[in-house]
Design a protein around this ligand. Structure first.
Ligand code: DX5
Ligand code: ZN
Length: 217
């Protein structure tokens, strides 16, 4: 299983986003957290910033939409240049139609589950997705402690992916660090979002490299 690291710019300096994006050269993705102050109690950025980031870096953008009405907004993020768009299962009105629309527009389609949302009701939807994101904190803020209680869900999801013979990726987001990444990898995750563990250090590129080594060890 190949490991991918997706640094979250939520923990970067928003006044220097272009430089911060370039500071993680070597990362597989740049994770862009879109929050609307309705789905989560925080507000971040929208389509214009994604368009600007697209021009500032060659790293593909991994947009995580923590917003209501993703059915209405997700396609605009593909048009803005996202390589992957993640919507939340709890917010999507028609997740199958939305995943198909994201794919048809040329991006990878991904669905996220908050900590209290089980994977089992979504088993039959997995073939429609390129990635499943299991939140390992309550979405809304960077720098929160990793929820170890999510490890069984990661394991169950990996087992479902294998049972169905799918190629899809399994991402974890929230509290992923040098201390927790091995547990996530061992449970079956292969795409790792890390905000404070990358941008909270003096050398973000070195932090990405170190996380990748820890996940593969
Ligand atoms: C939280 C966001 C995360 C956040 C992770 O709701 O979805 O992507 O940036 O930050 P850390 O890695 O600091 O927990
Ligand atoms: Zn995120």
């Amino acid at each position: 299983m190949s490991v991918q690291i997706s640094p979250s710019i939520l923990s970067a300096d928003f006044a220097r986003l272009a430089e911060e994006a370039q500071a993680v050269e070597g990362a597989d993705w740049l994770h862009v957290d879109v929050m609307d102050n309705h789905f989560v109690p925080n507000l971040t950025l929208g389509v214009p910033v994604v368009e600007a980031l697209r021009k500032a870096t060659g790293i593909p953008l991994d947009c995580h939409l923590m917003i209501e009405q993703p059915d209405r907004w997700a396609p605009a993020y593909v048009e803005a240049g996202a390589g992957s768009v993640t919507f939340h299962a709890e917010a999507a009105a028609a997740p199958v139609r939305l995943a198909r629309e994201i794919r048809a527009k040329g991006a990878r389609a991904s669905m996220a589950l908050k900590p209290a949302t089980p994977i089992e009701p979504y088993e039959d939807l997995l073939p429609e997705l390129d990635m499943l994101l299991i939140m390992t904190v309550e979405p809304g803020f960077g720098g929160q402690a990793f929820l170890d209680i999510m490890l069984p869900k990661i394991r169950r999801t990996r087992a479902l992916i294998e049972r169905h013979g799918l190629e899809m990726w399994l991402q974890v987001d929230g509290g992923v660090s040098a201390e927790t990444i091995e547990r996530c990898a061992e449970a079956g995750a292969d795409v790792f979002v890390a905000g404070s563990a990358v941008y909270g250090t003096d050398d973000p590129a070195a932090a990405v490299k170190a996380l990748r080594e820890q996940a593969t060890s």
